[in-house]
Design a protein around this ligand. Structure first.
Ligand code: 13P
Length: 287
C-alpha cells in the first residue's frame, strides 16, 4: 500500500540520512526502482512529473500500475507516489487519482500567492493523510538551451511556507535540474544552513540530485536535507546501456529484438544507479 512520505522523512531527518525520490517514466523504470528499494530495505519515493504523468496515459494509469506492482512484487518497504513540481490543478488531479504525496511548486508566483495556494492544498492533504512538498526559490535548469543558475531561497520566505504545515520543503540553494555546467559554483551551504535554522525539524528537499558530488550530498544531509530528487542520472544510465546493447549488435542476435531483452540492460543500469544513490544517501536498511 502506498504511504505518505511524512513518516519516512521525519525518521530520515532525525537519523541524518536522506530518502531518494526517483522519477519514473514507464513500467521498466518503476519496476527497477521498486525492486532495488525492496532488495536494499530502503524507503523510496516515486516521482512523477506532469509531463511523465501525461506520457504514462494519466495519473490514474500511474496509480493503477504502481499499486499493482506493490502487490504483485510483494513490496513491503514504504513507498510514496509523489507528484513532482505540480501545478495547482495538477496537484488536485493527483489527490483525486490516488497519489499518496504531492509537490505544489508555487515558486514562480509572488510569495503571497505561493502562500495562499500552498495553504489551501495543505488543508486538503492533511484531511486525506497525504504529504505535501512546497518550494521556495526556483531550481535552475536548462530551458531551450539556456542554462539558468539555481536561485537561492530567502530563509524568511522558507519559514513562512514551512509554518503553513507542509510536510517537506524544497529550497533553492543553487541547485539545477539536469547536468551541471562546468562553471557551476556548487551548492550554497550558507543558504541551506540559514534555511534550516529558520525551519528547524522540517525535512528539506534537494532537487537536481544528478551530478552533485558525493561530499556535497553528505554535507547537505548534515545540514537538514532529508529527501533528494534524482531523475536525469537514471535516464543517462538507461540511455548508455541501451545504446551499448544496440551498438554491440545484440538486437540482431537471436531474439534480441524482443522488447523484454532490448530494455533489460537499461533497466539493470537504472537499478545500479538507484542502489548507488541509496547507499550514498544512507537510506539502506532504514525501511
Ligand atoms: P535531476 O534530473 O537533475 O536529477 O533532478 C531531478 C529533480 O529534481 C526532480 O524534481
Amino acid at each position: 500500500m502506498l504511504v505518505s512520505a511524512e513518516e519516512m522523512l521525519t525518521k530520515a531527518k532525525a537519523g541524518k540520512y536522506a530518502v531518494g525520490q526517483f522519477n519514473i517514466n514507464n513500467l521498466e523504470w518503476t519496476k527497477a526502482i521498486l525492486l532495488t528499494a525492496q532488495e536494499l530495505k530502503s524507503p523510496v519515493i516515486l516521482g512523477v512529473s506532469e509531463g511523465a504523468g501525461k506520457y504514462m496515459c494519466g495519473y490514474k494509469t500511474v496509480v493503477g500500475m504502481v499499486n499493482g506492482m506493490l502487490e504483485e512484487l510483494k513490496i513491503t518497504v514504504p513507498v510514496a507516489l509523489h507528484l513532482d513540481h505540480g501545478s495547482y490543478d495538477g496537484a488536485k488531479a493527483c489527490i483525486e487519482a490516488g497519489f499518496s504525496s504531492i509537490m505544489f511548486d508555487g515558486s514562480h508566483y509572488p510569495i503571497e500567492e505561493n502562500v495562499a495556494k500552498t495553504k489551501e492544498l495543505v488543508a486538503i492533504c492533511k484531511e486525506k493523510g497525504m504529504s505535501i512538498e512546497a518550494e521556495v526559490g526556483s531550481i535552475g535548469g536548462e530551458e531551450d538551451g539556456v542554462v539558468g543558475a539555481g536561485e537561492c531561497a530567502d530563509p524568511d520566505e522558507c519559514k513562512m511556507i514551512a509554518d503553513l504545515g507542509v510536510t517537506m520543503l524544497a529550497a533553492g540553494i543553487g541547485n539545477i535540474h539536469g547536468k551541471y555546467p562546468a562553471n557551476w559554483p556548487g551548492l550554497s551551504f550558507e543558504t541551506l544552513d540559514a534555511v534550516q535554522q529558520k525551519t528547524g525539524v522540517m525535512p528539506l528537499v534537494l532537487h537536481g540530485g544528478t551530478g552533485i558530488p558525493a561530499d556535497m550530498i553528505q554535507k547537505a544531509i548534515s545540514l537538514g536535507v532529508s529527501k533528494i530528487n534524482v531523475n536525469t542520472e537514471c535516464q543517462l544510465a538507461f540511455q548508455e546501456a541501451t545504446r551499448k546493447y544496440i551498438l554491440d549488435g545484440k538486437d540482431l542476435e537471436g531474439k534480441g529484438f524482443d522488447p523484454r531483452k532490448l530494455l533489460a540492460p537499461g533497466a539493470e543500469a537504472i537499478k545500479a544507479t538507484v542502489k548507488e544513490k541509496m547507499e550514498l544517501f544512507g537510506s539502506v536498511g532504514k525501511a
